[in-house]
Design a protein around this ligand. Structure first.
Ligand code: ATP
Ligand code: MG
Length: 434
């Protein structure tokens, strides 16, 4: 019997999910500033949506897909990435129609699935935040999208993140390079891994993306794709570089970087961080001008990236960055005896209706245990409610940090607790001044 989580998956418990919510909320706000709107596509797709666009010879498609035949004998796969599904949706919903404002910008966040060997920052169910921009081949789009990811990392406080940049050029440049790479690799074929010997036949650029040691060695002196860019491709890449310079975003050129997906052309990039001596890619993307047409839409430029949330949070943790999480309770109701049970319910509900984060005791525990709970929840205030408070209609509100207390009416607490919180905060200042 297997009653544990599947290999390569994770339960995200409340302490962790608070960080996730913070990062996701931060991204939503930032993306909105760049005029991105959210798109939500299914978690599973027809197998072909992924296989042909991501590439039949890529690791993702050949080794990592969670695919199956459903009860209607349809070939289905859990999505391994977000771009192909968003492009599928863009075309299927005719978002290229003339009345839709261009460029159209979408973001998504959610789980992706890849059958990989699990390790730190590599899971079988992982989560991506991604963006896709359709309808602009302006290099300024490449740069602002990269700058948006950069701003996200910078404002979250991530250090030592390096932008790696390359260009795959247009299809003509790429074809010329492909031949040069075949000419270079063919004499070295015996030194390549089994996988890369196959890749050499099917899709030689994939050899550059291999993580096998022998392949990395073999490609060290491979010709650079940048020497095979035609005039148009060179002009685009030069424009991207100079606009990055103008925004003060530094980068390193990595001419062996090809990315693990087939649909890219022109600009590709990765943001790489340093985590305890090892390099970790937290975000990657690029331009994919042929993809909309491939899905049956009109020729439409595309640019996007995906960033791994697990890896981002791993880096935040390892770099000791604590996020300003608001997990504190505003008020805890300590309940003295069964007689106050119903009154405590009315009180805590009245506080919540005013927008306060409120909790109470439900278990008729000793006051000491209740105060301990209030501390654990980080409660800013405590109100003790027993039968005498209910009888007199008067309660003591205690500031749990300063221990300052204030006597007030239950009616006031139920109608306008904010004034009481403010008064308690003021008395804290007074106390500090004394
Ligand atoms: P890698 O080279 O590390 O396998 P990739 O090229 O397959 O990455 P992409 O498909 O470009 O990655 O995905 C974009 C981002 O999603 C990665 O930079 C990473 O942050 C994250 N990511 C990819 N695969 C995983 C995974 N199995 N577990 C966790 N995060 C992942
Ligand atoms: Mg991968």
């Amino acid at each position: 019997m297997k009653l544990q989580k599947p290999k390569g998956t994770q339960d995200i418990l409340p302490q962790e999910s608070a960080k996730w919510q913070y990062v996701e909320g931060f991204a939503r706000k930032l993306f909105a500033q760049y005029n991105y709107a959210e798109i939500r596509t299914p978690i599973f797709e027809h197998y072909e949506v992924i296989s042909r666009s991501v590439g039949d010879t890529t690791d993702i498609v050949t080794k990592e897909m969670y695919d199956f035949y459903d009860k209607g004998d349809r070939h289905i796969t859990l999505r391994p990435e977000g771009t192909a599904p968003v492009v599928r949706s863009y075309v299927e919903n005719k978002l290229f129609a003339p009345e839709v404002q261009k460029p159209s910008k979408f973001y998504y966040m959610g789980p992706m699935f890849r059958y990989e060997r699990p390790q730190a920052g590599r899971l079988r169910q992982f989560h991506q935040i991604g963006v896709e921009c359709f309808g602009s081949s302006n290099p300024a789009t490449d740069v602002e999208t990269i700058a948006m990811a950069y701003q996200l990392f910078e404002e979250l406080g991530i250090q030592q993140v390096t932008l790696h940049l390359n260009s795959l050029g247009n299809p003509e440049s790429r074809a010329a390079y492909r031949q040069a790479l075949i000419d270079y690799l063919t004499p070295l074929k015996d030194q390549l891994s089994k996988d890369s010997q196959r890749r050499l036949e099917e899709n030689p650029l994939r050899v550059l993306d291999s993580k096998e040691k022998e392949d990395k060695q073999a490609v060290e002196n491979a010709p650079s794709i940048l020497d095979y860019l035609d005039e148009e491709s060179t002009a685009h890449f030069e424009a991207v570089k100079s606009m990055l310079d103008n925004l003060g975003i530094s980068y390193v050129i990595d001419s062996n970087m090809v990315r693990g997906l087939d649909y890219y052309n022109h600009t590709i990039f990765e943001f790489i961080t340093q985590v305890a001596d090892t390099e970790l890619t937290i975000c990657a993307g690029g331009r994919y001008d042929g993809l909309v047409e491939y899905f049956g839409g009109p020729a439409t430029a595309g640019f996007g990236f995906g960033l791994g949330i697990e890896r981002l949070i791993l880096v935040l943790d390892k770099q000791g960055i604590s996020l300003p999480l608001d997990t504190q309770l505003d008020v805890y109701i300590a309940v003295l005896g069964q007689e106050a049970n119903s009154g405590a319910l009315e009180l805590v509900q009245a506080l919540r209706r005013q927008g306060f984060k409120a909790e109470r005791d439900y278990l008729d525990r000793k006051l000491k245990a209740q105060f301990k709970s209030a501390d654990v929840f980080g409660a800013k205030c405590i109100i003790t409610l027993g039968s005498s408070e209910i009888e007199t209609g008067q309660v003591l509100v205690k500031n749990n940090q300063t221990r300052t207390q204030l006597e007030t009416s239950l009616a006031q607490v139920k109608s306008d607790f904010q004034t009481i919180m403010d008064q308690l905060a003021e008395s804290k200042i007074k106390k500090l001044l004394l």
